[in-house]
Design a protein around this ligand. Structure first.
Ligand SMILES: Nc1ncnc2c1ncn2[C@@H]1O[C@H](COP(=O)(O)OP(=O)(O)OP(=O)(O)O)[C@@H](O)[C@H]1O
Ligand SMILES: [Mg+2]
Length: 220
């Protein structure tokens, strides 16, 4: 088992009222498994992803990654987890505007103090997402679909075991959306766990398992 989310809940306050953004969530992901989480806006998908990626602490429940509760990690281990063991493609456009495509992709690598040359691996990843000719371009010279490809390549630079992609196909035309889904499928077939969220029923059949969330809970 790569990831096990166990009875995880997160409450937020809205106008003095407490509500559950995520409630008693359970989810497992194996190596090479491709999971799609669907659900309407506000159903808690991004909140769940933030907790899995360690950006946000659950109020209760636990998140085990490779049989270790991530809450027990110290600061350094948590940094390593977020930077190298998982790759998180945030919702929306997350590539950094003042850096080239190449610099964006290499950023997580440089942040983890490796000394060897990363250029070739970055180029290899760019080729895989069909973007090698844009290595020295800046994000504002790219389309939305191209930026999404860069964000996914960046999430892969440190060889993570799990990729989390929050609505990787939103605002893309069908051709680009299929390109992204095919690529994520390839990643999972190479043994990496993949979790995506999507509003779009069209792309659910790429996943091994589809989970529907509603008001913070799995829809039974
Ligand atoms: N920091 C926060 N403080 C208070 N409420 C929040 C916060 N973040 C999210 N929420 C609320 O929690 C609920 C779940 O939000 P979340 O972003 O997880 O939904 P989502 O399923 O990702 O939606 P979308 O499909 O629109 O991205 C929403 O009602 C949202 O308003
Ligand atoms: Mg969201």
């Amino acid at each position: 088992m790569l990831l096990a989310v166990q009875n995880v809940s997160k409450r937020y306050k809205h106008k003095d009222m407490d509500f559950f953004a995520v409630k008693d969530m359970n989810l497992t992901v194996d190596n090479g498994e491709f999971i799609a989480i669907c659900g309407p806006s506000g159903s808690g998908k991004s909140t769940l992803f933030h907790m899995i990626s360690g950006l946000l602490k659950p109020d209760s429940g636990c998140i085990n990654f490779q049989n270790q509760d991530i809450a027990n990690k110290n600061e350094l281990e948590m940094a390593q987890y977020r930077n190298a063991e998982i790759g998180y493609v945030l919702q929306g456009q997350s590539v950094l505007k003042n850096f080239t495509v190449m610099e964006n992709i290499c950023m997580p690598f440089y942040m983890s103090n490796h000394a060897n040359d990363i250029h070739n691996r970055a180029l290899e990843l760019l080729k895989k997402v069909g973007m090698e000719q844009y290595a020295n371009s800046y994000p504002d010279q790219l389309s939305g679909g191209e930026m999404r490809r860069v964000a996914i390549a960046r999430a892969l630079i440190n060889n993570p075991k799990l990729i989390i992609a929050d609505e990787p196909t939103s605002n893309l035309d069908k051709e680009n959306a299929i390109y992204i889904m095919e690529f994520l499928k390839q990643i999972s077939e190479a043994g990496i766990g993949v979790i995506i969220s999507s509003h779009d029923d069209l792309y659910q059949d790429y996943a091994d398992r589809v989970i529907t969330m509603n008001r913070g809970q799995i829809n039974e």
